[in-house]
Design a protein around this ligand. Structure first.
Ligand code: HEC
Ligand code: HEC
Length: 262
C-alpha cells in the first residue's frame, strides 16, 4: 500500500517537472506503466496467507475447501461476506482469523479467486461447480416473471435476443457469476483534468489511487484518481445495484429460468 502511495506522489512530482519544460501531462502519463491489477496483487497475498490450506490455485488444498466453487465467494460483490470470514475466521472448523487484512486487500484476494475460477472453468473438458443441482432448485416460471417484472431484466435483455442460448454457452456457477456481475463489459470513462482537458475512453483500471483508460487511439492513460474529475458510464452497473435487491429465491428462480434458454 505504502509503495503505491509513494509512487503516485512520484508521478505528481514528475508531472509538475514536465509541465515546466512544456510537455503536456497527458502524454507524460500515457507512458506510465500500468499499475499491478487487483488479481496480481491478490495472488501474492493469497500465496502468503491462504495457499497453505486452500491450495496455490485456490482450488482446495490440505485442509481448506475449494474457493473457486464456493457460493459464498461467488455471491460476494463487495467483499463484505468474505471479509467477515477472513477477519473472524471459523476457528473451530480450522479457518484461522486474519484481523489485519484490510477490505481492499480482501477485495484483491477475491479478484484473484475469481480469476482462478474463470481460468479453471475455461479449461478443456469444462468444469462445473459442484453444486449444479443446487443451482437448479428454483422455479423457472417465477424466474421468468421476475425477469420481466421487478428485476427489470427485460429492459436490457431479451430471451430470444442477446440471451438466446445463454445456457448452452455458460453453465452452472459460471452462468450464475456472469449473471450476478458480468465480466468483460466495457464501461465508458470520461476524465476532466485540472487544466480542463477532457478525455474519453474505455475504463481499464481503477483502484483507490489510480484511474486509467484506453482511449480511441489505443493509448493507455492513467491519472492519480484524486487529481481529476471522472464519470463512469456502465450499463452493467444495473447488476451491482440489483444485487442489493435480490433474495436468494429470486436468484434461484432466475437461474432456473436462464437455464431454459437453450
Ligand atoms: C490453516 C488453514 C487455513 C488458512 C491459512 C486459510 N483458510 Fe480459509 N478455510 C479453512 C477451512 C478449514 C475452511 C472451512 C471452514 C468451514 O468448514 O466452515 C475455510 C473456509 C474459508 C472460506 C469460506 C468458504 C465457504 O464457502 O464457506 C473462505 C472465503 C476462506 N476460507 C478464505 C480464506 C482466505 C482468503 C485465506 C487467506 C487470507 C484463508 N481462507 C486462509 C482453512 C484455512
Ligand atoms: C441497465 C441494463 C441491464 C439490466 C437492467 C440488466 N442487465 Fe444483464 N447485462 C447488462 C450488460 C450491459 C451486460 C454485459 C453484456 C455484454 O457486455 O455483452 C449484462 C450481462 C448479463 C448476463 C451475461 C450475459 C453473457 O453473455 O454472459 C446475464 C446472464 C444477465 N446480464 C442477466 C440479467 C438479469 C437476470 C437481469 C435482471 C435481474 C439483468 N441482467 C439486468 C445490462 C443489464
Amino acid at each position: 500500500m505504502a509503495g503505491i502511495g509513494a509512487c503516485s506522489l512520484g508521478t505528481t512530482l514528475m508531472i509538475s517537472a514536465l509541465l515546466l519544460v512544456g510537455v503536456s501531462p497527458a502524454s507524460a502519463q500515457a507512458a506510465k506503466p500500468a499499475p499491478r491489477p487487483a488479481p496480481v496483487r491478490g495472488k501474492s497475498l493469497f500465496a502468503r496467507d491462504c495457499a497453505f490450506c486452500h491450495g496455490r490455485d485456490a482450488a482446495g488444498g490440505e485442509s481448506g475447501p475449494d474457493l473457486t466453487r464456493s457460493r459464498l465467494v461467488a455471491r460476494d460483490v463487495r467483499g463484505d461476506k468474505i471479509q467477515a470470514v477472513v477477519h473472524d475466521g471459523r476457528i473451530e472448523k480450522g479457518m484461522p482469523p486474519f484481523p489485519r487484512l484490510t477490505l481492499p486487500q480482501v477485495n484483491d484476494v477475491i479478484a484473484f479467486i475469481r480469476d482462478q475460477t474463470r481460468n479453471l472453468n475455461s479449461k478443456p473438458g469444462g468444469r462445473r461447480g459442484v453444486d449444479v443441482t443446487d443451482l437448479q432448485t428454483g422455479n423457472s416460471e417465477q424466474g421468468k416473471a421476475y425477469f420481466n417484472g421487478p428485476g427489470k431484466c427485460s429492459s436490457c435483455h431479451s430471451p430470444t435476443g442477446d440471451l438466446a442460448g445463454i445456457a448452452t454457452q455458460r453453465e452452472g456457477l459460471e452462468l450464475e457469476m456472469q449473471m450476478l456481475y458480468p465480466q468483460n463489459t466495457k464501461a465508458k470513462l470520461t476524465v476532466i483534468t485540472t487544466s480542463g482537458e477532457t478525455f474519453t475512453g474505455t475504463l481499464t483500471y481503477k483502484d483507490e489511487f489510480h484511474i486509467a483508460m484506453t482511449d480511441s487511439e489505443g493509448w493507455y492513460r492513467s491519472w492519480p484518481i484524486r487529481a481529476v474529475e471522472y464519470k463512469i458510464d456502465s450499463r452493467s452497473d444495473a447488476h451491482i445495484e440489483q444485487f442489493e435487491k435480490y433474495t436468494d429465491n429470486d436468484i434461484h428462480n432466475l437461474m432456473a429460468y436462464l437455464q431454459t434458454l437453450r
